[in-house]
Structure formats: C-alpha cells, structure tokens
Write a protein that binds this ligand. Sequence first.
Ligand code: NAD
Ligand code: PRE
Length: 366
Amino acid sequence: MKQVIVVAGLGLIGGSIAKSVVRDNGLYVIGYDTNNETLQFALEMGMIHEAATDLMTVAKRADYIILAAPISETIRLMEQLDNVSFEKDIIITDVSSVKRPVMEAAENLVNPHLYFIGGHPMAGSHKKGVQAAKAHLFENAIYVLVSGSTVHTNQVKQLKEILSATNCKFIELNATEHDEMTGVVSHFPHLIASSLVHQARKWEETHQYLPNLAAGGFRDITRIASSNPVLWQDIFHHNREKMVQLLDEWIKEMSFLKQLVEQKDRKTMISYLEEAQVYRDGLGKKEKGAIPSYYDLYVDIRDQTGAIASVTQLLAEHSISINNIQILEIREGITGALRLSFSSQTFLGHASQLLRDHGYETMVEK
Ligand SMILES: NC(=O)c1ccc[n+]([C@@H]2O[C@H](COP(=O)([O-])OP(=O)(O)OC[C@H]3O[C@@H](n4cnc5c(N)ncnc54)[C@H](O)[C@@H]3O)[C@@H](O)[C@H]2O)c1
Ligand SMILES: O=C(O)C(=O)C[C@]1(C(=O)O)C=C[C@@H](O)C=C1
C-alpha cells in the first residue's frame, strides 16, 4: 500500500517538495492550500494526486504531513493538528526558516500520535507561489532536521527516506544553533540587501541616472531584496533576538569602517578586504559543517539564442554533470557570464579544458 503524504502550503517550497515526492511511485501525495487557485494549479500540473480543502480531514489518512506555510501559519496548523483524533502514529515536519518557535510549539503538542521533526531545506528563491516551484530546487542543498524530544531515530530515518526524492543532503542540528547560523548567513543579509536598495532609492531623487549605473555588483548583492515582504517580515519577527544582536554588531562594524575611511587608514583597509576575500573565496570550497562543497567555473557567453544550451549540451555529451548553473547579470545585452558549479575539482578541470578547447573563455574563482 502506498504511503500517504499531505503537503500543506503549496507555494515555492511546499510545491517544490510535492513536485519531487510525487515522482516516487510508493507515495500518494495530497495537497492542501488555503488558496484554491494554487490547489487547482498543483492538481492540473500533476504536482499532487489529490487536492484537499480541509487539512484536518485528510490528516487522518496521512502517514506524513509536511507543513510548508509561512511560519506563523505553520505554528497555528500544528496547534490544530494536535486536536485531531488520529488512528495511527504520524510524522509531521515543517520547512520554516526559523526553528526555535516551531520546536517550542512542537514541545507543547500533547497528542500521543504526533511525532514532530523540524525541517528546513537551505535553498529557495526570491520568487513565491506554486508557479515558481521546481522539482530540482533542493538538489544537493543542505536540508536541516531538528528532532523533537519524543522522536525516535528510526522516525528521522523514515522521514529522510521520504524526502530523499528531493536529492538533498541532510544535517541534524538543534534549533538554537540553526537559528544562530541562518540568522547570520540567510536572514540578516536580507535586511542589509533591503537597506542598500533604500539607500539607492533615496539617492536617485537627486541623481536620476543612478539606476543605469546599478550594474553587476549592486544587482548581485541586492537580488534577495526582491523577496516576498510578508514572508520575510515573519522570518525576522521569529528570529528577532538574533536580528537585534546582529544589527548591533553590524552598526559597530560600520563604525569601524567609517573610522578607517575617515582616518585614511589604507593599510588596515587592505587587510580588512583581504581577510574578507579569503573567507568568501573559501566558502563552499571545502566541506565545512553546514556549508556544501562546490567548485565554480565562470564561462563568458554571448547574448544570443542557444548560447547557454550550447555550453550545457557540450558538457552533457562528455558526461560532465553540472550541480548548479547561474546567469550573472554583468553586462546586460552585450555579453554575460555563466557560473557553473560542479561537485568535484575533477569535473571542474575537465569542464574548463573542454570549453576552452571549443573556444570559450573560462575562469576559475581563486
Ligand atoms: N522562500 C524561500 O527561499 C524559503 C526557503 C526555505 C524555507 N522557506 C520557508 O518555507 C515556508 C513557505 O515559504 P514559501 O517561500 O514557499 O512561500 P510561498 O508564499 O511561496 O508559499 C506559501 C504557501 O502557503 C499557503 N498558505 C498560507 N497560509 C496557509 C495555511 N494556513 N494553510 C495552508 N496553506 C497556507 C499560501 O497560499 C502559499 O501557497 C516559510 O515558512 C519559509 O520560511 C522559504
Ligand atoms: O536564494 C534565495 O533567494 C534565498 O533567499 C534562499 C534562502 C537563503 O539562502 O537565504 C532563503 C531562506 C531560506 O530559509 C533558505 C534559503
């Protein structure tokens, strides 16, 4: 008999999970969302086998429930599920970007059939909604799991098996360490990106050509400012203690930089920039706890139809598998660069040589 998974919240994240687990023949996927159009879209696109308009009714048929609504809604759904009379044990997980409030809510569950394992796939996008969902969103991404106190190791193993269709890499953390680390490398950067955009917007009032000069650097560092404001406000709210601490640290850091600039301390500034460069270049190069290892190759391409396809086809013909591909907005309309990520130095070396042999300019990030 097929195992039943209910995915509640079929947006970017829930939709992407549904799209990957629905490919597993051993699973029957039921989708639930408060938005009827989302539900219909998911059904029509084959992302789910069945659409439900009442979570509490279908919950009784489920072996697993994946809560993928915004964090505050997820906590509300957990409280409602606690009142359901289940006839069998059920594993519930979530995908929330902040784990402490969710795990605290999990500790308050009294229903003897509920086993809660917190989850957070460390991949996403600035886009939202079911239409942005992709089956491959979590491929090779870190997927954090946080066990509730009543959960057995065997249940964590079962959940990993179900989610293995996403091709992610699991790590287990506790909620506090998760929220501290994601606070630094995920949540806080969103605040800074939005503040940089505000700064540019104010300067545009007196400098009308400013947007034309916003090239690769500004676009790279502010992409995430295009994310869903309601969702991100919820993330900042739930990780607010960390946000306040990081803002205090950031203000101190900015005062230090201001001093360096004012005092024309060029030597210290070079060391400051060098230290940042070395750390940034090392990110993802070697396996370092939660940071996955990737080997990046930059390829210059012309802005013409089929340019990306030619690169990927060439690599595919030589069985070189690409883990990630990103188009960098460097010089729009003229030439561009592709960032190709590989899982090993060997793949990167072969890809670089092959592309060079075919006339492409490539660059490896040092
Ligand atoms: N966006 C990212 O990059 C990212 C990455 C990892 C984790 N997350 C987490 O994933 C969760 C969802 O984020 P998203 O980016 O998929 O958002 P989204 O806006 O794309 O999707 C949220 C979906 O939840 C539905 N929804 C809202 N309230 C609901 C309720 N009470 N019951 C059922 N469905 C409900 C909405 O209709 C929508 O379809 C959040 O908790 C977020 O912290 C987001
Ligand atoms: O790539 C993006 O746009 C994201 O913001 C994804 C991102 C992040 O890396 O910060 C955002 C929130 C998550 O909870 C996990 C991943």
